[in-house]
Design a protein around this ligand. Structure first.
Ligand SMILES: Cc1cc2nc3c(=O)[nH]c(=O)nc-3n(C[C@H](O)[C@H](O)[C@H](O)COP(=O)(O)O)c2cc1C
Ligand SMILES: [Mn+2]
Length: 498
């Protein structure tokens, strides 16, 4: 049985009536706590490395809540969406329906609902003067060589200067002064908004929402056109308009139930050094000049909770993986309807290695699927295509398919000299001879067709199975105690002793 099917009930279609078990972070944490999935750390821990070390040790097993982080009164939470099954649970669908549900929500956005300020939890406490982020918020320093504290779980929300339509992304933010931060904006929507503002000599107003529910976090990672508002995708995932409120010092709308909101402006023509910072491929990115946010306000709930994401751990990797998988699956299925499912493997940092489950009808098709995947996203570096009897979510099954259905001289596809991930250190990134920007990130692509031939002699590819292995009634057959066996052993011991 596919392990994903076991996680929920019903077919993907029947459980699609959008419903969320996690309308706010607090609802979700309560649910995790009631089911033994929260580790409460009530001892003081240092914000420098110690907090991240504990959260990393428990990542993927339990969310962590630190009640006394670095002498602050505000608790820190981490790792509350570090398992696929938990994310599916938050969405209210079986794990097997996760990608389809996400794709459906991205295609059917729900407009948000604006609340008056007095109803918005995130503005219960408002501070616009004398802001010192280090004193106000428990912001951890994560990895060994990081350049100090970083906000890693902030939804950066901005308005398109031309249309006013909002955008949401997560960006790493270095807090290097009481009210100034440096931000990494790769060339996507936020950077496009900023460049438009900067060209007109203006700052770009932003808000950074920290401590939001898992579905709004996930929606922030949707791969969509520039004028799709990710908060509307969050509404679709929740099955209800997302409540928002206007910021105190600008016109950006933020989720009204956010625990904490930092308001500010990305300054035109200002750059300050940022990094190094330990990134998702589990290597550091270099110190470089980056854009700067000047903080204009900090608002929060009474007794807020601060969220930090441990870089390169499961919460970080899955947040990127699920929307990417949904997009890749749709892309592959457009040309190849036989594609059934995909997974971006954890070992490939949920970005570089794609596993594809495919119902092959004609020889050669798996190689077309491989080439299609290379074209879908420059990050994809290795593709493995397997048959429909192979569980694409089980690394041992993938390796078994490669071990027994793949021959390197026939089934390997290599494309030399393509573009790869700029964060993959094995590309030409940073090599002295290739230091010019247009020479960076050159990478080979590798595809493995691990499907069996369509026609094969009887028994050659017949998978060993034991009749009844999935259906035997263990409850009836297995005794509740080992007393009978112990008695049998004991009589044997007496004989041995003679
Ligand atoms: C934990 C985490 C950290 C991220 N850090 C950055 C970052 O520092 N800079 C960046 O450009 N993207 C970062 N991303 C990726 C973007 O948030 C993501 O690509 C987003 O979908 C971009 O939104 P956009 O398409 O609306 O521009 C991060 C993602 C996650 C999950
Ligand atoms: Mn966007």
């Amino acid at each position: 049985m596919n392990s994903r099917d076991a996680a929920g009930s019903g077919t993907p279609q029947s459980s699609w009536a959008p419903q969320s078990t996690a309308p706010t972070l607090r609802h979700w944490l309560e649910r995790l706590s009631a089911t033994g999935r929260v580790a409460t750390i009530d001892q003081p821990v240092s914000l420098e490395h110690e907090l991240a070390a504990v959260a990393k040790r428990l990542d993927g097993e339990q969310a962590t809540i630190f009640l006394k982080p670095g002498g602050h009164a505000i608790p820190v939470v981490s790792g509350f969406m570090s398992k696929r099954a938990w994310i599916a649970e938050a969405m209210g669908v079986p794990e097997a329906a996760l990608l389809e549900r996400f794709r459906d929500a991205a295609g059917h956005p729900v407009a948000w609902h604006e609340l008056p300020r007095e109803e918005a939890a995130c503005q219960q406490v408002v501070r616009t003067q004398g802001i010192d982020l280090h004193a106000l918020l428990p912001i951890p320093t994560h990895s060994e060589h990081d350049n100090g504290p970083y906000i890693t779980a902030g939804l950066v929300i901005a308005r398109n200067p031309r249309t006013g339509i909002q955008n949401v992304s997560i960006n790493r933010i270095q807090v290097h002064a009481p009210d100034r931060m440096a931000i990494l904006m790769l060339p996507r929507h936020l950077l496009a908004f900023y460049q438009a503002a900067e060209a007109a000599g203006d700052a770009l107003d932003v808000a950074i929402a920290i401590g939001v529910d898992p579905l709004t976090m996930l929606a922030s990672q949707a791969i969509t056109p520039i004028d799709d508002d990710e908060l509307e995708i969050a509404g679709a995932l929740h099955g209800a308009p997302l409540p928002v409120v206007k910021c105190v010092t600008n016109d950006v709308r933020v989720p009204a139930f956010s625990e904490i909101v930092i308001e500010g402006r990305i300054l035109p023509k200002v750059r300050e050094p940022e990094g190094p910072f330990g990134e998702f491929p589990k290597y550091y990115s270099a110190r470089e000049a980056r854009e700067v946010i000047e903080v204009t306000a900090v608002t929060h709930r009474e007794q807020p909770i601060y969220h930090t994401i441990i870089p390169a751990e499961m919460e970080h990797l899955l947040l990127g993986a699920i929307p990417r998988e949904a997009t890749l699956l749709a892309h592959l299925q457009r040309g190849h309807p036989g594609v059934k499912d995909v997974e971006l493997s954890v070992g490939g940092v949920c970005r570089y290695h794609l596993w594809v489950q495919f119902d092959k009808k004609r020889e050669g098709e798996a190689k077309n699927v491989i080439l299609c995947a290379f074209g879908a996203h420059y990050d994809i570096k290795q593709v493995v295509v397997v048959d429909t009897d192979v569980d694409v979510h089980d690394p041992a099954e993938i390796e078994w398919a490669i071990a027994t259905r793949f021959q390197a001289d026939r089934d390997l596809v290599i494309v030399a000299g393509a573009q790869g991930s700029p964060l993959d250190p094995s590309t030409t990134v940073g090599q002295p001879e290739d230091a010019a920007p247009h020479m960076q990130g050159v990478s080979a692509k590798m595809g493995l067709d691990a499907t069996r031939p369509i026609v094969y002699p009887a028994h050659v590819f017949t998978r060993v199975r034991i009749p009844g292995q999935d259906t035997v009634d263990l409850d009836r057959l297995v005794a509740t105690s080992n007393a009978a066996f112990d008695a049998y052993l004991h009589s044997g011991q007496l004989r041995d002793a003679v």
